[in-house]
Design a protein around this ligand. Structure first.
Ligand SMILES: [Cu+2]
Length: 597
């Protein structure tokens, strides 16, 4: 058994989840696990470290995430659990799946236990431990937060060529008004997360497991990914082909898993949690461990930290079918006037044919309305006193224009941040019609809270956005201070009454581009929720089997868009309500009245 030298505690290795732990013989997996305190290096291997509780396979270095348990369906599993921690360890998930969340094993400090069970049904699961640290929603987030690992059961047909990624978070909460978190993917935080490299066009399979106490809307830049399964840790649901969704953002609640398929397009992409609090540059160990975290203004690839993966896809890109002249306009990034001492405010204006939209910067940012297949050149003009960058969220474009400064590339050119007074020409051809977002991808805690976001709508050629039937419902939140926070629906805390016509099909384009907040968006008539039909998710039309009529109530997380169709058959009053989820401490609601006439 590996023993730490006095004054030289064991070092935790990042676990890339490629090699299964234990010994598999004659249909039996034998695995000896220890739980012990050790030094964790979530950033560089030579960087700062902190003590956390971790799992080790006996005789080997401790790992974060814990050793990978991966077996064929039908395997018998024998695990010994030796607890070298100063607290009782309550071990979850080491049982047959589907399983019961209440089926746990308690291992007192200094003791060992053995569990024997059969693997159960094929799927993506996890095991995790609570060992006396603080918890949120039952999940630990402090010293015992990294005691978790992937548990994969493979179906008949062998081990597919996939990758397994475990999301972990350690949170200090030294200052409850700020997030002082260390977020890791397979044990490392950006820019130290594993770099993935793939050839274009070959489908890749991933399994993602959320072993943290927080929800993460996981967003892919540059193309869609398919969600093949979704699990809650105890059971895993494999979707029938007709029920698989193509998304750019999928929400992983604490304990949840997903398996995905992705056909990479050439370029340099990121896959990341869309919550600003989970990819801030401040999200590092040095900041997490102090009472007064420092605000950082990092540039290049270091303008992010935490839950970000970088992916390089080699090869060429097929051109998008296009028509018409390249439409050219300018997008001005400007400061909005604010009262002395107030947080800075920013806005976007479109300048096209010598006309500014909106003319008044205090108005909501303009929707960018583009045409499918029509090339566009947008000159982003930075009139701020700090660098900025614009991400075209959901758009399938070349990575150089994708807005991730210091990472996106074309040839040997790396996407620059746009300096104050500078500009950057973005070129792309939208390949599909749908509901997207444009927003800052730089210094988000200031710029996104300050207002740098807007709807990006792509229409079929020849159509125009008819505001009487096509309704953008964009939810956002401005200002980081809890006391002065403004939750906004279409840029307003008190949106004006809308007038719809009876019997007209209406399209509602739901967008959440708040920094960190889920929104429940619903359409309510005199007798409760009305019915609407789902038509698109993240800008991609749903396959017919998924375009179902349903109760008009949708949870939308940061970085998601949903399109619904509603046909008002009767005159009368409706309410469009945006509120937070019922699990939040403080409740808020924004109501917009709709008169159907
Ligand atoms: Cu997150």
């Amino acid at each position: 058994m590996a023993q730490p030298e006095p004054g030289n505690p064991l070092r935790i290795e990042a676990n890339s989840n490629r090699v299964p732990a234990g010994k598999l013989e004659n249909g039996v997996l034998t695995l000896h696990l220890e739980m012990r305190e050790a030094n964790w290096y979530p950033e560089a291997d030579s960087g700062p470290s902190m003590k956390v509780y971790s799992f080790a396979e006996e005789g080997k270095a401790p790992q974060v995430p814990g050793p990978l348990i991966r077996v064929p369906q039908g395997t018998q599993i024998r695990v010994t659990l030796r607890n070298l921690l100063p607290a009782v360890a309550i071990v979850h998930g080491l049982h047959q799946h589907p399983g019961d969340a209440g089926d746990v094993v308690q291992v007192p400090a200094g003791e060992a236990r053995e569990v024997r069970f059969s693997a159960g049904v094929a799927g993506t699961y996890q095991y995790w431990v609570s060992a006396g640290g603080e918890t949120f929603g039952g999940r630990p987030f402090k010293e015992d937060s990294q005691l978790a690992g992937a548990f994969i059961v493979d179906g008949p047909g062998g081990v597919p060529a996939d990758r397994v990624f475990v999301i972990g978070m350690w949170r200090s909460q030294a200052d409850p008004t700020r997030s002082q978190d260390v977020g890791v993917i397979n044990g490392k935080s950006w820019p130290y997360t594993e770099r993935l490299t793939y050839p274009a066009g070959e489908t890749e399979h991933w399994r993602w497991i959320n072993a943290s106490d927080r929800t993460h809307p996981m967003h892919l830049h540059g193309s869609y990914y398919r969600v093949d399964s979704g699990g809650d840790g105890e059971s895993d649901h494999i979707f029938e082909p007709a029920q698989q969704q193509m998304v750019v953002t999928r929400v992983l609640d604490p304990g949840a898993s997903m398996s995905t398929s992705w056909t990479p397009l050439a370029g340099r992409w990121i896959f990341h949690c869309h919550l600003v609090a989970h990819f801030l540059p401040e999200m590092n160990l040095a900041n997490a461990l102090v009472a007064q975290p420092q605000r950082l203004h990092e540039h290049g690839a270091n303008h992010m930290a935490g839950l970000v993966m970088g992916i390089t896809v080699t090869g060429g890109r097929a051109p998008v079918a296009s028509h018409g002249h390249r439409r050219k306009f300018r997008l001005l990034v400007r400061e909005r006037p604010v009262a002395n001492g107030a947080s800075p405010k920013f806005g976007y204006q479109i300048e096209e044919s010598h006309k500014l939209t909106p003319t008044d910067l205090r108005d909501a940012n303009p929707p960018l309305v583009l045409e499918r297949g029509r090339p566009v050149e947008i000159e982003v003009v930075n009139q701020l006193h700090e660098p900025t960058a614009v991400h075209w969220h959901g758009m399938e474009l070349e990575s150089y224009y994708d807005g991730v400064a210091g990472w996106g590339m074309r040839g040997s050119s790396v996407t620059p941040s746009i300096p104050p007074g500078g500009s950057f020409r973005v070129r792309f051809t939208p390949p599909r019609a749908g509901t997207f977002i444009y927003h800052t991808h730089m210094n988000d805690e200031v710029q996104l809270f300050g207002g740098l976001y807007g709807p990006l709508i792509v229409l079929e050629p020849g159509l125009r956005l008819d505001a009487s039937t096509d309704h953008i419902v964009i939810f956002s939140r401005e200002d980081g201070n809890e006391l002065t926070v403004q939750r906004l629906l279409n840029g307003s805390a008190n949106p004006p009454t809308l007038h719809w016509r009876k019997g007209q099909p209406n399209r509602l384009r739901l967008i959440d581009i708040s920094p960190n907040d889920p929104a429940v968006i619903s359409l309510i008539g005199p007798t409760g929720f009305v019915k609407w039909r789902a038509v698109a998710k993240d800008g991609a039309d749903l396959p017919t089997a998924q375009t179902v009529m349903q109760e008009a109530r949708q949870v939308v997380w940061t970085g998601e868009t949903y399109d619904f169709e509603y046909e008002g058959q009767e005159p009368g009053s409706l309410r469009l309500e945006v509120e937070n989820t019922s699990t939040a401490n403080t409740r808020w609601t924004i109501v917009q009245r709709i008169e159907v006439e």
